[in-house]
Structures are given as structure tokens and as C-alpha cells.
Design a protein around this ligand. Structure first.
Ligand code: NI
Ligand code: MN
Length: 227
């Protein structure tokens, strides 16, 4: 799979020939606006982990340009369904076989309200797999023992996207423990450097993972990695 970083928790993933966009936050993110052109971003599905503005900001416009399906929790999916967008709603613990692969919605410890304060359901992560590859997108979350359920209930992970910026989510040291829980040594960091309170020392974070024999990839916004 090819994973391109869009900034914050945003990613464009080519998975099994389909284009999945995760948590797009580009127009409101000064770090991303000059590097990502949302008008040409291809999306078959847009996966939203929760309703916070730094995760859903560009979902509507990208969905409309591409006639894409928004996949999220019931409350977020219903919000977009009312706008005439195609949606697929899920809830925690459930999985569904899509044309590109299987998606399981998993727990995340965080909150989820829309920018106007209205209820956004509960936040989630996603595990996505097909016969040869499997990715965990944690979303905004604390370190939680629930992560230990992932290797028990899903195929072996090829890669995981974990938040590392601290303050609103776990920091990189907790993310290293999370990588043990999920039994995955190839990690892509997210949710850092976008705001002053989540600024990290990138070298410190990557060396910390190295010390444990793990690889933390910190992608430049707009750049992609093939896993
Ligand atoms: Ni959030
Ligand atoms: Mn966030």
C-alpha cells in the first residue's frame, strides 16, 4: 500500500487499487495548504475517526468532488448523509467487508464533538486489511489496553499510524508502548507539530523508537511511503 501524509491525522492511502482518504484537514492547516491540492485529491472512501475540526474539515468538499463514501461512526455518518453524501456507518467492535478490504472499527480514548459543539458520537480507530496487508489507524487516542485486542482479533499488522504529539493524544513514548501492544514495529507518526502544544522534537522521537528496535516514520506533508 502507498501512504501519503496530508498533515495532522490526514492520509491518502492507496489500498488494493482504491483511494482511501483519512481525516482530511488541509484548508485550515497552514502546514498543509501549500503542499496538498484538495481539488485533485482522489477518494473512493473517506474515513473519519471522529468529529473534531482537525479531522473532518475538508471531508465534505472532497466527498462531493469525488462522489466518495464517508465511513465513520453513526453520528458522523448521519451528519454527512443529511448533506446528500453517500455514507457507511459503523460502530465499535464491528467489521464490514468493503470492495477494497475489511474494515474494523476499534476503540479510541478521546472525545468527539463537531466544531459547533454538537454530538459527534464516540471516537474510533480503524483496522483495514486484505489478504496481504493490514493497517491500523489509531485516530486521536490515549494509550489503552484495548490495543492488545487488535493482534488477537485482526491479521498481523504491516504498519500502524499512531498519534505522537502528546497533550491531546498519547505522546511518542506511550506510542512506543502501543506499538508493543499491537505487535507492530513499523509506525507512522501523526498528530504532531500542527499546533504549538503538540510540537515534538522529531529526532528525539525517532531515536527513541530506534532504541527499542522499532521504526518511527515521520513523513513530510505531501510525501508518500510504500509499505
Ligand atoms: Ni480530536
Ligand atoms: Mn485531533
Amino acid at each position: 500500500m502507498k501512504i501519503r501524509y496530508l498533515g495532522q491525522n490526514g492520509f491518502a492511502i492507496q489500498f488494493n487499487g482504491y483511494n482511501l482518504v483519512i481525516d482530511p484537514f488541509i484548508t485550515g492547516n497552514p502546514l498543509a495548504t501549500s503542499k496538498i491540492n484538495i481539488d485533485v485529491l482522489q477518494a473512493d472512501y473517506i474515513l473519519l475517526t471522529h468529529a473534531h475540526g482537525d479531522h473532518i474539515a475538508d471531508a465534505e468538499i472532497i466527498a462531493k468532488i469525488n462522489d466518495a463514501v464517508i465511513l465513520s461512526n453513526f453520528e458522523v455518518a448521519t451528519f454527512y448523509e443529511r448533506k446528500g453524501i453517500k455514507t457507511h456507518s459503523m460502530n465499535h467492535g464491528g467489521k464490514f467487508d468493503f470492495e477494497f478490504g475489511t474494515v474494523k472499527m476499534v476503540n479510541a480514548i478521546h472525545s468527539s464533538s463537531f466544531p459547533d459543539g454538537s454530538y459527534g458520537g464516540n471516537p474510533s480507530g480503524f483496522v483495514i486489511w486484505n489478504n496481504n496487508e493490514c493497517i491500523y489507524i489509531a485516530g486521536d487516542t490515549a494509550l489503552t489496553l484495548d490495543m492488545k485486542l487488535i493482534p488477537m482479533t485482526c491479521p498481523k499488522l504491516s504498519v500502524a499510524i499512531l498519534p505522537i504529539g502528546d497533550n491531546y493524544t498519547m505522546g511518542y513514548k506511550d506510542a512506543r508502548i502501543a506499538s508493543d501492544f499491537i505487535e507492530c514495529n513499523t509506525i507512522i507518526g501523526s498528530h504532531y507539530n500542527t499546533f504549538p502544544v503538540i510540537t515534538i522534537d522529531e529526532l528525539e522521537a525517532t531515536s527513541y523508537f530506534e532504541k527499542y528496535g522499532k521504526k518511527l516514520h515521520l513523513l513530510d506533508i505531501g510525501k508518500a511511503i510504500e509499505i
